[in-house]
Write a protein that binds this ligand. Structure first.
Ligand code: ADP
Ligand code: GN1
Ligand code: MG
Length: 350
């Protein structure tokens, strides 16, 4: 592959194959006769300012590396032959990371303990970045977790109905719009100064954290494209929507999809243990709401993309975004039923 020769890699390339399950970038496992790397084609349709994005990642990884001598605990960018953090080849943008060896990346929490460990990882990540100069970060995707704005985008997609699919998804549209008011609650609190902005990860899926292969202790938070000022609760909530579900994000049988309270409990315990001291009372209290909102937001993002003709998230079947949307909306309905239990968990650890 042409991009590979742009980077200062050790050894001669032996293979380079598609890797992982990310929905946004194109990820490859690059193997040389000396070692392994992760090569990524950055999705520049989504991240439109690649130099600014890469400046964020370089600064954040450098900051996290301070006082850290275990190379597996921070993502490490490999420089290009010209000393840059990324390479432009034929209009596409590429970057390379050291492969984090002896680690596992889970698509589903195998045990409560694994999910607890991922909470420690994301909570510590947020705590470690508490002193990072937030104003130096570019907003890589403006209004990324502005749920109210995501509803406006959904309404635009329904109005335009580019693919003629709106009639077929009336139920999903009705359910979503019935929750629009709730969708705006946290952005309104931010606007009123009731919630603080912090440096957050903003994409805290379980498969964005690496655990040690033997001990399953947290090693490293990855996928730093959306590290920018955000709400602590959003990081908590996005983890719950993905990792506390009893089924995959694209499960077809909705009877299998629930928000598992034991998993919620394990995550709340880990998250509050690792960053709880720095959270305000409002932040702690709104964690269950944040879980519902991140799930709702993700559901309407999948629905919007389905209506728009699948232009944002990578799909592997024609109705993929619709299936994903349905699991998220099912989770929202289930979380509404479990609101009091979620609040009780938070009180217990706060
Ligand atoms: P996307 O933005 O598309 O989700 P990610 O950066 O999350 O891309 O990478 C996709 C997958 O590649 C991850 O879920 C993980 O399995 C794997 N991966 C990414 N970076 C590394 C790394 N440095 N070491 C080992 N595996 C990695
Ligand atoms: C995308 O990149 P990945 O697959 O980790 C998306 C998240 C969504 C998630 C849904 C930049 O995450 O916001 O929550 O899919 N990332 C971006 O699975 O939009
Ligand atoms: Mg990812």
């Amino acid at each position: 592959m042409k991009a590979v020769s742009q980077f200062r890699i050790e050894g001669n390339p032996v293979s380079c194959e598609r890797y992982g399950n990310g929905h946004i970038n194109e990820t490859y496992l690059l193997v040389t006769d000396r070692r392994r790397y992760i090569l990524q084609k950055i999705n520049h349709h989504i991240f439109t300012d690649v130099p600014a994005l890469m400046k964020n990642i370089a600064a954040v990884t450098e900051y996290l590396r301070q006082g850290q001598n275990d190379p597996r605990r921070t993502l490490t960018l490999v420089q290009t032959v010209n000393g840059a953090d990324f390479a432009e080849v034929d209009g596409e943008y590429w970057r390379v990371y050291d492969f984090i060896e002896d680690s596992v990346c889970l698509e589903k929490a195998e045990t409560k303990e694994d999910f607890y460990q991922s909470a420690i990882a994301f909570g510590s990540f947020q705590r470690q970045l508490a002193g990072f100069p937030a104003h130096t970060l570019c907003e890589t995707i403006p209004r990324f977790h502005d749920t109210a704005n995501r509803f406006e985008k959904l309404r635009e997609a329904i109005r335009a109905d580019k693919t003629g699919r709106a009639d077929q998804v009336r139920r999903e549209i009705d359910f979503s719009l019935a929750h629009e008011e709730m969708g705006g609650e946290m952005v309104a609190m931010l606007r009123r100064g009731e919630l603080p902005l912090r440096v957050t990860h903003n994409d805290t899926k379980l498969n964005n954290v690496m655990l040690d292969a033997k001990t399953h202790e947290p090693l490293c938070v990855i996928d730093l494209d959306t590290v920018m000022p955000g709400l602590a609760g959003n990081d908590f909530g996005d983890s719950i929507r993905f990792g506390a579900s009893t089924a995959a994000e694209d499960e077809e049988n909705l009877d299998k999809v629930e928000m598992a309270l034991p998993l919620f409990d394990a995550y709340a315990k880990g998250f509050l243990a690792s960053c709880g001291n720095s959270l305000t009372a409002n932040e702690k209290e709104t964690l269950p709401l944040a879980a519902m909102l991140m799930t709702l937001e993700c559901g309407i993002r999948f629905l919007t993309d389905y209506l728009d003709g699948d232009v944002y998230f990578r799909i592997h079947r024609p109705d993929h975004n619709l299936l994903r949307c349905r699991t998220q909306l099912k989770l929202v309905a289930d979380m509404e039923k479990k609101k009091d239990e979620m609040a009780a968990c938070i009180r217990q650890y706060a």
